[in-house]
Write a protein that binds this ligand. Structure first.
Ligand SMILES: [Zn+2]
Ligand SMILES: [Zn+2]
Length: 245
């Protein structure tokens, strides 16, 4: 089953206790998806059909550029461009002469609009993440030991706090929801409180009154990058380091 590459045990997500567990899960899913489509799956007609239609976002094109040789990405691009050429621009287009615009529904504009909004990797990650989040909510409701493990997580970034809280509001029982929300909010706010302090300390480094007071702490030096990560779920240097991930 090719979907099995997107199945990751919950223990692998929550037991390492290193940063945001959902960021780590997302990174693993992303790595597996990119490796899969750049490897043998690239030549499989049904995968090719999906990548031709969905295309990729700029971030995941970057990941692909860094991950393997250029031939893999060139073959995928060749097929994707050919699809755009033949299936979108190669079809006869009905034009509404009165308004000078394409008719709704069958226009190539609709097709290009859709394509610019989709990414094969983003779509797969989103699908796999929502399945994992449902498993997480289920476990939290059923198992005391998992509730303890969940509460010990070092942080939830803002994006993944939002993902978990939003899914919980839609899926969780009224009985479990308040406790889950409290635990989840606490994971993101305890980090936020310290982060805000660290960024303030970073700003104070530039105050002349603090000149010559010695080396700042590591947590202060890294606070700007960590704040950007906390707000976006992406490390600002991640793009540059893609080849070493
Ligand atoms: Zn995260
Ligand atoms: Zn993407």
């Amino acid at each position: 089953m090719r979907d099995s590459i997107y199945t990751i045990p919950v223990s692998e997500v929550f037991e390492p206790m290193d940063g945001c567990p959902i960021c780590r899960l997302r990174d693993t899913l992303e790595k597996r998806c990119v490796e899969y489509i750049m490897g043998a799956a690239m030549m499989e007609p049904d995968i090719r059909e999906e990548t031709n239609k969905a295309g990729f976002c700029s971030f995941h094109f970057q990941k692909m550029l860094h991950s393997r040789n250029r031939l893999s990405i060139a073959l995928m691009l060749e097929s994707h461009l050919d699809y755009i050429k033949k299936d979108i621009f190669g079809q006869k287009q009905r034009v509404d002469v009165k308004q000078g615009i394409f008719r709704k529904g069958d226009s190539r504009l609709d097709q290009t609009k859709n394509m610019t909004k989709t990414c094969y990797v983003c779509d797969k990650i989103q699908w796999a993440l929502s399945r994992m989040v449902d498993t997480t909510l289920n476990l939290w409701e059923k198992e005391e030991s998992f509730r303890e493990l969940y509460a010990k997580q070092p942080v939830l970034c803002l994006e993944h706090y939002t993902l978990l809280a939003d899914r919980a509001q839609a899926k969780m029982s009224r009985k479990s929801l308040p406790g889950f929300m409290e635990a989840t909010t606490s994971l993101t706010t305890k980090y936020l409180d310290q982060l805000k302090e660290d960024v303030s300390s970073f700003c104070r480094l530039y105050d002349y009154r603090n000149a010559g007071k010695g080396e700042p702490e590591e947590s202060v030096v890294t606070s700007v990058e960590r704040a950007i990560w906390y707000l976006t779920s992406r490390n600002p240097s991640q793009d540059d380091n893609a080849s070493t991930n």
